[in-house]
Design a protein around this ligand. Structure first.
Ligand code: 8X3
Length: 246
């Protein structure tokens, strides 16, 4: 029997890689998409999936990705994203802001637009966008990222409205503090001490696998059940600014 097909972007590490593993465990053939070829090839070999190198912000690369997805597509997880910098608006770096909009909003739109026909062909497709609690609130130094992740949320809502009469679900999983190898390190330009400070003393931040578990749950509900949004935080994070540290 042919396996259902899933595409996961940003699959080279963190939440994306964990989601690819979880979906494979649930019986999906998973197409692992990211820029870093070696990483996604190793992951695809591990889980019996496929690797397709693609920068979601590059329209030509996204067109090539869509051309490589032949059959109907059951699940699209738009996970590629990220934060670059944490400066106040008064000191914002325009290039960092552009990059954040590019990957968290435009990239998500480009992949969705390109793969929508394949998702509709399956007759019961689902899009799971990986948002953030940064798409629910504002915080100091977060301006560019929170604006971009609010964008992820609103694009998700728009798409659900526009596709209301189509056989497709549109969902968002929005995690708070998740400790992954790269998120904070990338945000702080490779400064390990600053990245570690984000999680300092927090008993148990979420892990990539916690979020992958939620994404997989959302993606495996019956075809008539749309989980509009699933917001999750570690127990130690009661709200964005209210974090228990020991
Ligand atoms: C990550 C959550 O709190 O760093 O998407 O903005 S936060």
């Amino acid at each position: 029997m042919t396996k259902p097909l899933a595409v996961v972007t940003g699959a080279s590490s963190g939440i994306g890689a964990a989601t690819a593993r979880r979906l494979a465990g649930e019986g999906f053939e998973v197409v692992c998409v990211a820029r870093r070829q070696e990483r996604i090839e190793a992951l695809a070999a591990e889980i019996g999936g496929r690797a397709i190198v693609c920068d979601v912000t590059d329209a030509d690369a996204v067109a090539a990705l869509a051309a490589a997805i032949e059959g109907p597509l059951d699940v699209l997880v738009n996970n590629a994203g990220g934060a670059f910098g944490a400066t106040p608006v008064a000191e914002a770096d325009s290039e960092e802001w552009r990059r954040m909009f590019d990957v968290n909003v435009i990239g998500l739109m480009q992949v969705t637009r390109a793969l929508l026909p394949a998702l509709l062909r399956s007759g019961s497709g689902i899009i799971v966008n990986v948002g953030s609690t940064a798409g629910r609130v504002a915080y100091e130094g977060g301006g560019g990222y929170t604006a971009a992740k609010h964008g992820t949320k609103v694009v998700t809502e728009t798409l659900r409205l526009e596709l209301y009469d189509q056989p497709i679900r549109v969902c968002e999983v929005a995690p708070g503090m998740v400790r992954t190898d790269e998120f904070a390190l990338v945000r702080f330009g490779g400064d390990q001490a600053k990245a570690d400070a984000v999680y300092a003393g927090v008993p148990d931040p979420l892990t990539a696998d916690d979020v992958a578990d939620a994404i997989t749950w959302v993606a495996t509900r019956p075809a008539h059940v749309n989980i509009d949004e699933l917001v999750m935080r570690p127990r130690a994070q009661a709200a964005q600014h209210k974090v228990h540290r020991v």
